[in-house]
Design a protein around this ligand. Structure first.
Ligand code: UDP
Ligand code: UDP
Length: 468
């Protein structure tokens, strides 16, 4: 790592992530980046999320403040993160997100007492109400936007060209005038996003996000210019307020962990397992679907069989306890496959030399982490804007392939044959080789972007120059 730029040194920044892992992890990385520049950082969280935050920021001087999480009718006590919700069904998600606005008085009490004065705050798009507090205290608010510029651009174009409310059938390919080389269907977009009924909680919530974003100081994007120049340019031109592309944020902790001093106990067993695969020179497919995804039992069984029959080595993270596997499965695959049910350090796995492919739901953080690690993606989107991300991965950036669904549709069921075919293509095929070359080039570009003189570093410098 080169010299650390001095912009912003001595100033104070407040970060307030939304309570889900995918929204929290990147802001923890931002905290680390700012701290390295001698900027004081206050991170706002809630009691049940404190330990995750404290562990992640262990060894830093970040100050972590907890505000009480509000009670809400259908949210069980102690559930303060969307990955802990009994279901990701939208009514519960909206109740959870809406409940956060009751934190506003506590948040404002905090703003009154914070010293030194906060130069700017970065708060999640979902915490739209923080804009009002920011205005009251005359603190610039940057909105953390956990989407690629590609997805943002397509959402904006789709909305302004009215294709989402047009007469085309849901599954028919349509063309976006501004991006004629991209063909997509209505079902590439989230149902809530397509639904034009202004009385639904989803519509109301999205409008609040959009309106409060427009009135904010800027948007902070976890991407880098070289990855998606056309779309960064589009967003810069068409989107208000100004966007600042400062990613990949995950590069904040991109040094290989060392388990030295013979303290093998500390090394997670899956890392030992990966080390063994490296010794055998066998390449591993890492399979994980983020912290939120819900997968049917039937679908899970097809994944299990597909991985088994593909004959590739795999490390599969199954997060939800209720995800059962076929009887005797783990024993049967144990020579080449390992199933993990704990929280893993995903960046550490992706960085391991034996990992040569990532079967991923294409959550934006996972895509950025895979690109940064130079690992090609087998895309299997599940919800939200993951379908757009998967399209981007395959068609635009060309660092992966989407799994073949049984009927070829965007949201179709995936059978073991389709999974097997795509996995083999990426892990062993000629296409896979091309994807690997491309993703490794981009990984280098990502590193350069975050170093002094690189695009993301310069963008962060100019943001700090303007605000601190
Ligand atoms: N993650 C992790 N360990 C896990 C599960 C997830 O480190 O066991 C991290 C992952 O690296 C990523 C984030 O959690 O940074 C998940 O974000 P993503 O956008 O990929 O998916 P989401 O969980 O939001 O669907
Ligand atoms: N969104 C979503 N699914 C989609 C598209 C968007 O959940 O398929 C959400 C997105 O996460 C964001 C909100 O809708 O919170 C508004 O996104 P958009 O990019 O359209 O905002 P705009 O740039 O138009 O203000």
């Amino acid at each position: 790592m080169g010299p650390i730029p001095s912009y912003g040194a001595g100033s104070h920044v407040l970060l307030f992530p939304f309570m889900s892992k995918g929204h929290t992890v990147p802001l923890i990385h931002l905290a680390q980046i700012l701290l390295r520049r001698s900027i004081s950082v206050t991170v706002v969280t809630t009691p049940a999320n404190h330990s995750f935050m404290a562990e992640s920021l262990n060894g830093t001087v970040a100050s972590i403040v907890t505000l009480p999480f509000p009670t809400a009718t259908n949210i069980p006590a102690g559930v303060e993160s969307t990955d802990k919700l009994p279901s990701m069904g939208l009514p519960l998600f909206y109740e959870f997100s809406t409940a956060t606005s009751a934190m506003q008085p506590h948040f404002e009490q905090l703003l009154e007492t914070l010293v030194p004065r906060v130069s700017f705050m970065v708060t999640d798009g979902f915490l739209w109400w923080t804009l009002h507090s920011a205005k009251k205290f005359r603190i610039p608010r940057l909105v953390y936007f956990g989407m690629s510029c590609y997805s943002t651009s397509l959402c904006m174009e789709a909305r302004s060209s009215k294709i989402l409310s047009g007469p085309q059938p849901d599954h028919e390919l349509v063309e976006l005038t501004r991006f004629p080389w991209i063909r997509l269907c209505k079902v590439d977009f989230d149902f809530e996003y397509r639904n034009p009924d202004p009385n639904t909680p989803g519509f109301v919530f999205n409008m609040k996000i959009i309106e409060s974003t427009r009135e904010s100081y800027g948007i902070l994007v976890n991407s880098f210019y070289e990855l998606e120049p056309t779309f960064v340019d589009y967003v810069s031109k068409e989107c208000s307020p100004k966007s600042w592309c400062v990613g990949p944020l995950c590069l904040a902790e991109w040094t290989r962990k060392v388990y030295e001093g013979g303290d093998e106990k500390e090394k997670p067993r899956w890392v030992t397992w990966l080390d063994q695969r490296l010794e055998e020179k066998s390449s591993v497919l890492y399979a994980a679907f983020g912290s939120q995804a819900e997968i049917s039992r039937e679908q899970l069984e097809e994944i299990a069989k597909g991985l088994e029959e593909s004959k590739v080595s795999f490390l599969w993270v199954i997060r939800k306890e209720e995800w059962g596997l076929p009887d005797g499965y783990e024993e049967r695959v144990k020579d080449r496959g390992i199933v993990i049910r704990e929280w893993v350090d995903q960046r550490e796995i992706l960085m391991h030399e034996s990992v040569e492919g990532f079967l991923s739901h294409c959550g934006w953080n996972s895509v950025m982490e895979s690109v940064t690690a130079g690992v090609p993606i087998v895309g299997w989107p599940i919800m939200a804007e993951q379908f757009l991300n998967a399209r981007m991965v395959e068609e635009e950036v060309k660092v992966g392939l989407r799994v073949e669904t049984c009927d070829g549709s965007v949201r179709g069921f995936v059978k073991r044959e389709g999974l097997k075919k795509t996995v083999k293509e990426v892990m062993e095929g000629v296409k896979g080789k091309k994807l690997r070359e491309k993703v490794r080039e981009l990984a280098e570009m990502a590193k350069l972007a975050t170093q002094e003189g690189g695009s993301s570093c310069s963008t962060l410098n100019s943001l700090l120059h303007q605000t601190c």
